[in-house]
Ligand binder design. Structure first.
Ligand code: PEP
Ligand code: MN
Length: 291
């Protein structure tokens, strides 16, 4: 087989990208941003978007409490995992499909769209019917079969950066999704491994800014996983806003001490309220910072 047969030709339908390696997602030569809608919430345009909710769906009652709390405080999108990628096979793995139904109900009751992680290609079609957006987690950023399966559904995708991936690898992963059929991709920086272990990972704010400049896609930050220390999250969220990024994703739990996943990093509802108030202060001056 010749090399030409092995390497599919790059699509030529969109020649507006400034980067020939990423014709579908690269920065456009006219600078236009691609606005991604999750439900009716636009990412990539003002205002700054807040995705909030627990790490995992633990019960119908818990996810509906979480949904109503974050909705009341101004979150735009609900998050929560039913399929959890856990480091240990003995940790809580999520409720699976029943968890998706609980989340669907909780989100609809608050009139919020929701995003949830997908771990396996087997459930792509089933999930595509229910979810407003797929989350591809850090650990699956280069699971190309999954990226393509999710891309083929055309549903929006929140694509997290792997903690060991370069920015270029992350952006090329997004190109895989777009090439398969969905250019509605929100890039999410969630912390990378560095020599420092005092914070859970290292929040790469500069990398997120660089990614935003190099693509037409919206870029958000997940300070919960990046930092892992609840009382630092409000300032980190404000930093993302001040940096001109498009939003944040944060973990909020009605009772963090009882959380079955990522308990140490979850915000309480009052702490999430403070985070929103802190963002509000910066949002007031943000338009003045824009050219
Ligand atoms: C999560 O969002 O709960 C999660 C597992 O995130 P990440 O893939 O960034 O570790
Ligand atoms: Mn988590």
């Amino acid at each position: 087989m010749s090399t030409a047969e092995l390497s599919p030709a790059l699509p030529t339908s969109d020649s507006s990208s400034t980067d020939p390696r990423r014709p579908l997602t690269g920065r456009r030569s006219d600078g236009a941003r691609h606005i991604v809608h999750i439900g009716d919430v636009p990412f990539g345009a003002d205002p700054f978007v807040v995705i909030a909710g627990p790490c995992a769906v633990e019960s119908a009652e818990m996810i509906s409490r979480a949904a109503s709390s974050v909705a009341e405080l101004g979150a735009n999108v609900l998050r929560g995992g039913a399929f959890k990628p856990r480091t240990s096979p003995y940790s809580f793995q999520g409720l699976g499909m029943p968890g998706i139904s609980m989340m669907h109900q909780a989100a609809r009751a608050q009139n919020l769209p929701f995003v949830t992680e997908i771990l396996s290609e087997d459930v792509v079609d089933e999930l595509a019917e229910q979810v407003d957006a797929f989350q591809i987690g850090a650990r699956n950023m280069q699971n190309f079969a999954l990226l393509e399966a999710v891309g083929r559904t055309g549903r929006p995708v929140v694509l997290k950066r792997n903690f060991g991936a370069t920015l270029t690898e992350w952006l090329l992963a997004a190109e895989h999704v777009a090439r398969a059929g969905s250019s509605n991709i929100v890039l999410c920086e969630r912390g990378i491994r560095t020599f420092g272990d005092e914070t859970r990972f290292t929040m790469d704010l500069a990398g997120a800014m660089w990614a935003q400049e190099q693509t037409r896609l919206p870029v958000i930050i997940d300070p919960s996983h990046a930092i892992g220390i609840p009382h630092l999250l409000a300032r980190a969220a404000a930093a993302a806003l001040a940096a001109g990024l498009d939003g944040i994703m944060v973990e909020v739990h009605p009772d963090p001490e009882q959380a079955r996943c990522d308990a140490d990093q979850a915000l309480t509802v009052p702490a999430f309220k403070e985070l929103m108030a802190h963002l509000e202060r910066f949002a007031i001056v943000r338009p003045l910072l824009k050219p």
